[in-house]
Design a protein around this ligand. Structure first.
Ligand code: PGA
Length: 256
């Protein structure tokens, strides 16, 4: 693969683990590999918000990301978490538009607003896109294109350097590890996504946007995807809670 900048290994812990002690343990183990890989790999962990605030108290060779942000800047929104609050407690990344948030009601408009709030707060923003299912006629491509345009077309261009795209076909998220998309198909999607980004921002800026793959990544398929999927990294769900396996992904990424 043509190496373009650092690789990203991002762990999305979702609503896990049970306790802060467990979270601290996973982070401590992951840090060992993250430290040795940090010249070429950016490791990001996206824990539950309360754990993020606590983990951010110690200096670590990993970045912390929030799994979601509110679409509102401030105001009477009980229970919502503002992007700037997450920034203030130590987040430097945010995931928006995750399929599990979209399933809970986030529309393309909500994702656009969340993207803007997150970028305005100074967070590098990982925008998740991906089709629900695949068809033989390419309708899934129009679907992904539309998600990208909805999230990005109104964005001031100055923010484009803080955007990261995570391509996560919804059918592969939380599935069998054998169901992860093949490196060849991922490569095709990376080309397609860059084409859409080029239409928006021009080729030079589009080439600089990191594109990650997510959806049933484990160590085995991670190696294949990193080696020949032409991605700039991975968004890992369940397997990011296994500190040993996630650390191996980081170390493998450092060898590429
Ligand atoms: P998974 O989750 O790796 O468990 O499929 C991916 C994600 O939710 O981003």
């Amino acid at each position: 693969m043509i190496r373009r900048g650092k690789l990203y290994i991002v762990g999305n812990w979702k609503m896990n683990p049970d306790t802060y002690d467990e979270a601290k343990h996973i982070a401590t183990v992951v840090c060992r590999s993250a430290r040795s890989a940090q010249r070429t790999v950016t490791t990001v962990i996206c824990p539950p918000a309360p754990f993020l605030a606590l983990l951010a108290r110690s200096r670590r060779p990993i970045c912390l990301g929030t799994q979601d942000v509110s679409s509102a800047f401030d105001g009477a929104y009980t229970g919502e978490i503002a992007a700037r609050h997450m920034r203030s407690v130590g987040a430097t990344y945010a995931i928006v538009g995750h399929s599990e948030r979209r399933r809970s009601g986030d529309t393309d408009t909500t994702v656009r607003e969340k993207t803007l709030r997150s970028l305005e707060a100074g967070l590098k923003t990982i925008i998740c896109v991906g089709e629900e299912s695949r068809d033989d006629h390419g309708a899934f491509l129009s679907f992904v294109r539309n998600q990208l345009l909805e999230a990005l077309s109104a964005l001031p261009k100055k923010h484009c350097s803080d955007v990261i795209i995570a391509y996560e076909p919804v059918w592969a998220v939380g599935g069998n590890y054998q169901d992860a998309l093949s490196p060849d198909h991922i490569h095709q999607m990376v080309i397609f996504i860059r084409k859409v980004l080029s239409e928006l921002w021009g080729r030079a800026d589009a080439m600089r946007v990191p594109i990650l793959y997510g959806g049933s990544v484990d160590l085995e398929n991670a190696k294949r995807i990193l080696a020949s999927g032409e991605v700039n990294g991975l968004l890992v769900g369940r397997r990011s809670l296994d500190a040993t396996e996630f650390s191996s992904m980081i170390r493998y990424a450092a060898t590429i």
